[in-house]
Write a protein that binds this ligand. Sequence first.
Ligand code: ARG
Length: 467
Amino acid sequence: MAENKKQVSWGGRFSDKPDDLMQVFGESISFDSRLAPYDLQGSLGHAAMLAKVGLLDDKEFKEISEGIEELAEEVQSEDFPWKLELEDVHMNLEQALRSKTEAADKLHAGRSRNDQVATDMRLFLKDACGQLRTGLEGAMSSALELAQRYATVAIPGYTHLQRAQPVTVGHHILAHLEALGRDHERFSTVADHANVCPLGSGAIAGSTLPLDREYAAKALGFVDAEGNARLTANGMDAVADRDVFVEFATACATCAIHLSRLAEDFILWNSTEFGFVDLPDSFTTGSSLMPQKKNPDCFELVRGKTGRMVGNLQTLLVTIKGLPLTYNRDLQEDKPPVFDSLDQLSLCLAVVTGVLRKCTFDEEACRCAASDPLLLATDLADYLVERGVAFRKAHHVVGELVGLAESKQCVLPDLSDEQAQAICEQIGSDWRDVFDLARAFGKREKAGMPGPKQIADRIKYWQSLLG
Ligand code: ARG
């Protein structure tokens, strides 16, 4: 019993120590030790507040802050002896601080592990969003370089994985860049939502002690643009709420899905059937059996890990779903999916950054695929619209021309003027001009279209943002 009292901070009312199995079952130190820097930061902020309101004297505060600094170094240099029997990061660090100064016994005044872990995670998530934004900037810069290098190389754009209309490699890569740009913004929003301080909520109902919540929040950087403290407004909500976790996992899953779709495009383009792009040897692998193979594993893994990140979001939602207010121990399971999403997405971003930097397009293969006149069938319909034919009729006319060319086993522009005019008299002798790709792109110079000026402008826009 005495041993138990010493071991865990909640041991006072217990006469038996936890079963070995329960210790293994209940521990979170194997994964929440990575919160240590944030837990120490949170403790320092809380201690500074306790000192400010007179619940720690100067000497006690000094000893606590020096102890925290030493612990931070031990954690950083991976010297810290994490103990499973101390359950989690909070109790491990509190005990370690206690071995440095008796003042540590005063640190938990007005605080519970419930608001403590909520604070740690908010600090963690603010950092995580920053890391992912940096990772995204890398991937976006690589994509931008590629878009710039092949800005005007025409390729077919696809719908239903059928050739639809010509675009350029630049336009296509920029489409992915737009999506990643939204992810970048999304992570700022998540960081902003994380930027609210739960400290002072205690277990659920705050504390009778004269806490200064604003002071602690400011000490920890939970402030708005004007430097005002941002505080959670309801202690019960503050310790039960995991919205920011869900938002973070959602942002990770969304970003992963964007990377996965990009990956899928490159996997297709890299196949012999398309042959548009060559992937660097350094990010592909061979087959143990088939000597000729060079497989796009980097992109396949991005696609595969996306499933994992979607799963992490699902895990969180299901964990939280049926919980009565407020804290329930189920919530300890909220951390592994968050950590995993951060780690996996960071890796995916780094890999995409590396591969895109070294991809090369086979311009000849692209040009050959984009020279299919059928890609400009819609432009021929537009040509007729400009000559007064109603679009539905124009669509039908071009459909007939396509059918005729097919039956004559020739390409569309090889039909004679007479054959074409027999189907629609508005077809002039200049109708084949629409099959000129440069003309097709030149006529697409409104916002969002693949005209060369549009692409150049958008490249400039992203350059100014990404530097
Ligand atoms: N390790 C716990 C968790 O992550 C810390 C909070 C414990 N709170 C409690 N009331 N047992 O959820």
